[in-house]
Design a binder for this molecule. Structure first.
Ligand code: GDD
Length: 297
């Protein structure tokens, strides 16, 4: 990559002056606000941080843009967590019922600085994607998909014996992250700012993700027991246990996006199926670990 194409400017969503400097010095055509406290579980432990970054942070950014006199188009990363306990499939007309500090802060940011400011400042182009879970081999290891693929790959290679999860029955709509980045860009190429649900339209349980990732690595998981005593076995070995510390105080049980509007209006569609995504992630972790094993052997 040409290093001159990328310039890193130090800043912080808690620092209005830093954001203003970043806007003034980069003079952007497009601004993508992906900065967030993005771990839903952590938001229960640090709710003030969720509000400070996910809510006030967007306010500071939008004001930095307004004060600069420039008119970049702004993309705000909204989330399926805003739908919370609303029944699936969720689309742009589904009522928002968030249950976590993360989801609540994201919803307030959307209502005040996307919907509200769009009405208040007629020249402001700001839009938002309600993105369902988007994954790839680059996903952070504390999110459930990558935690599963890296743990199973380590177990396969004999580097780890077992790992623990929380709620196996939560249902999520998992898609491939690069497709979602494409969708964000497509939204900003529109003449008028509009908001879209981006998801695959299919949901799977955490349990099913474990089974699919194991199968991509030629292992078969069998479940024994119930509740906190449930275990996942490969052959006669326990590879997965349940730990209540990974349960959320309040869970979003069932998310599944209905991306019809995005398909119709911006021709967006996902490029990978669920089994293809899981296989890509599981095999990527396996290959990376094998490479490290060779390097250090
Ligand atoms: N992280 C985690 N770790 N989640 C677990 C575990 C575990 O050990 N065990 C079960 N789960 C369940 C969670 O309770 C949740 O129901 C589901 O797995 C998915 O959890 P995450 O991977 O942490 O993602 P998320 O759905 O909470 O949120 C992600 O997707 C949102 C929608 O795009 C994050 O990326 C958010 O920032 C994003 O807005």
């Amino acid at each position: 990559m040409d290093r001159n194409l990328l310039r890193v400017i130090y800043g912080d969503m808690r620092d209005a002056a830093a954001l203003r400097r970043a806007i003034d010095s980069s003079k952007p055509d497009e601004v993508y606000n992906l900065a967030a406290q993005s771990d839903v579980g952590i938001s229960f432990m640090c709710p003030e941080e969720a509000a400070e970054i996910n809510y006030y942070g967007l306010g500071r950014l939008v004001h930095a843009v307004l004060d600069s006199g420039l008119q970049p188009k702004i993309y705000q990363a909204s989330t399926s967590e805003m739908f919370g306990s609303s029944k699936p499939p969720q689309n742009e007309k589904t009522p928002f019922k968030p249950v976590s500090p993360y989801g609540i802060a994201k919803l307030r940011a959307y209502e005040d600085f996307v919907v509200g400011y769009r009405k208040k400042y007629s020249k402001l182009f700001i839009c938002s994607g309600f993105l369902f879970n988007h994954e790839s081999p680059r996903r952070g290891e504390h999110f459930v998909t990558r935690k599963i693929t890296i743990s199973l790959a380590k177990i396969k290679l004999g580097l780890q014996e077992s790992f623990s999860l929380g709620n196996l029955d939560a249902l999520r709509d998992w898609g491939y992250a690069p497709d979602y980045v494409q969708a964000m860009w497509m939204m900003l190429q529109q003449k008028t700012p509009k908001d879209y649900v981006i998801g695959t339209g299919k949901q799977h349980s955490v349990r099913h993700f474990v089974e699919a990732a194991a199968s991509a690595l030629n292992m078969q998981v069998e479940w024994k027991g119930k509740g906190l005593k449930e275990v996942g076995m490969v052959g006669d070995k326990v590879v997965l246990t349940i730990n209540k510390k990974f349960y959320r105080p309040v869970e979003v049980n069932s998310l599944c996006g209905d991306p019809s509007k995005a398909r119709r209006e911006i021709s967006w569609k996902p490029s990978l199926t669920f089994p293809e995504l899981v296989e890509l992630m599981a095999k990527s972790d396996l290959v990376q670990l094998q490479r490290e094993q060779k390097m250090f052997s």
